[in-house]
Write a protein that binds this ligand. Structure first.
Ligand code: IPE
Ligand code: IPE
Ligand code: MG
Length: 244
């Protein structure tokens, strides 16, 4: 089925978040090292960005590396970091060509210095682009983010910058790393795993979830369009009833 043809352009999500999973299994099924899967995962990111561009979706967030992923074997982590540096370096111009503005969320200080430097440069190079915002979650976990927000908020209360009785959802959100972005309307996870793995716990409170069996390196524009098509069939009630 041609899913793109069936998409209602007036009802595309504003923000799609993606847990890009299955690189390791993809490589293993080909008798290769896990890093081969990560390398091929880059194609799926390109496909996704192209598809999002075609649908004029303004925000895409991708989960590239979790806080817990530091516990993988050193060799995989090191090669993944090197891959990251080379991809950012190579792709910055391409991002500009497509009007993509890069953002990052996560505990970036824990990344190797070389990575931090490349990221800073790419953020700078892409800062005036305004077609699509690409938010890359790196060394990110939602519990880290929420605890961090609570700490900052407590500090501001202590320093009397904010009154305890004034704290509400809107104020709390300002302390999250995603404060400049709308909440995801749709969360996609590939590879058939049905869990959230510490991703955007606060922000997905009312997101629609879509689980795809496809391993991330095989994920194409067609799969993305299918996810959007399925999303458009959902009835988002936000706690209300549909008949009002
Ligand atoms: C997702 O693929 C990429 C990262 C977590 C960095 P995995 O590496 O988790 O691949 P699987 O889930 O083991 O197949
Ligand atoms: C989640 O995938 C993190 C990223 C996609 C970066 P994992 O592969 O790390 O998650 P689990 O371990 O299967 O829950
Ligand atoms: Mg995985």
């Amino acid at each position: 089925m041609d899913f793109k043809e069936k998409i209602d352009y007036k009802k595309v999500p504003r923000h799609v978040a993606i847990i890009m999973d299955g690189n390791g299994r993809w490589a293993k099924s080909r008798g290769k090292e896990r890093i081969y899967g990560h390398e091929n995962g880059i194609n799926a990111v390109r496909e996704t960005l192209e598809a999002a561009g075609e649908l004029q979706i303004p925000y895409i967030t991708i989960f590239a590396f979790s806080t817990e992923n530091w516990n993988r074997p050193k060799k995989e982590v090191d090669t993944l970091m090197e891959l990251l540096v080379s991809v950012i370096r190579k792709e910055s111009q391409e991002l500009c060509k497509n009007g993509i503005k890069l953002h990052t969320i996560g505990d970036l200080m824990t990344l190797p210095e070389k990575c931090q430097k490349e990221l800073k440069e790419a953020l700078n190079i892409t800062k005036n682009n305004n077609k699509l915002n690409l938010i890359v979650a790196l060394s990110y976990s939602a519990r880290w983010e929420i605890v961090n927000a609570a700490k900052q908020l407590a500090k501001d209360v202590k320093e009397e910058k904010i009154k305890l009785e004034n704290i509400n959802n809107n104020i709390f959100e300002k302390y999250l790393t995603t404060s400049n972005f709308p909440d995801p309307d749709l969360l996609i996870r590939t590879s058939g795993e049905l869990r959230i793995s510490n991703f955007l716990l606060w922000q997905v409170a009312y997101s629609e979830f879509y689980f795809s069996p496809v391993l991330w390196p095989d994920f194409t524009k067609h799969d993305f369009f299918q996810a959007i098509f399925e999303y458009q069939k959902r009835d988002r009630r936000f706690g209300k009833t549909s008949d009002y």
